[in-house]
Design a protein around this ligand. Sequence first.
Ligand code: PMP
Length: 360
Amino acid sequence: MKRAFNFSAGPSMLPLDVIEKVAAELTDYNGCGESVMEMSHRSAEFKQILKDAEADLRDLMSIPDNYKVLFLQGGGTLQFSMVPLNLMTGSKKADYIVGGSWAKKAAKEAAKFGDVKVVASSEDDNFTYIPKVDKSQIRPDADYVHITYNNTIYGTHYAEVPDVGDVTLVADMSSCILSENIDVSKFGLIYAGAQKNIGPAGMTLVIVREDLLGKAPADIPIYLDYQIHADNDSSYNTPPCFAIYVAGEVFKKIKREGGVEVLLKANVEKAKMLYDYIDGSGFYKCPVAKEDRSLMNVVFVTGNGDLDKKFVSQAKEKGLHNLGGHRSIGGMRASIYNAMPKEGVEALIDFMEEFRKENA
Ligand code: PMP
């Protein structure tokens, strides 16, 4: 069996040892005679899987006790509406910092439910940098400020948590969760789709401070109320059992191997290798401001659209998959999440150099 190095932005590579463990347990989980796919979400076995996944995540992210961890469905996209429906319920105002298309979509969705103000945007320069905000720009009575911590499409990332004063900070961490240490206490709510750094698609993680719960109006659809999920340990209805189980295996692996700090070190090393090569190549260009570059999504172009397409298809033949940029911007994007081994980045750089020699 030859596995490709898969640079997809999500769903993306998972650690091979986790996939192998899941494969070995696929028909019979832990000797109980059932697959996790077939198991009741009310069974003792599944309850333990859920409990362990939550405990391990709390440990990995040092999540304070006054935060709830919810395993939901609906992806980042459903959070674009769940966040305002639950949190934009005081002044009914929310401020959005727009550093990319996902943030823009989040703001547009929230505007259906209240007074949304885009306080800063980097759209003027094709989202190639993180818009800087001074806390004086934030409306002091806003119910929250929303940021996208890592912009998957444009390859930008916050170098530090922005200071929004006393206003609650909400962050979409879909494409950087567990890739770096985060001080959860600086955020009122963090959400992330699982399909990049956590596990298979189908599970969405929400980490929410308890005092923000219970504010949703009674007439919203019941699934959209965070309180329901918090009160029922993410099992008000059938949770995405299999995705939670695989995520739990990923959490165990990260813990076994030394935690998020170890991953961060590896991520910095991988990203540095790639950015250094791009910047020094004289052929490829990364349009992103250096201080705002993402460790997870590295975007680059040759400056010639046809050549970019040739790059992506030739790379695929070499077992380097999914290097095309997002369909909205083209070019190339190497998503190098936690599960991408250093060897994958080395193989990519070798191919880039070969391609440069042939096409420069
Ligand atoms: N936010 C970010 C930062 C994303 O990268 C994505 C998807 N890649 C989304 C939100 C949308 O997530 P989903 O497809 O899970 O709804």
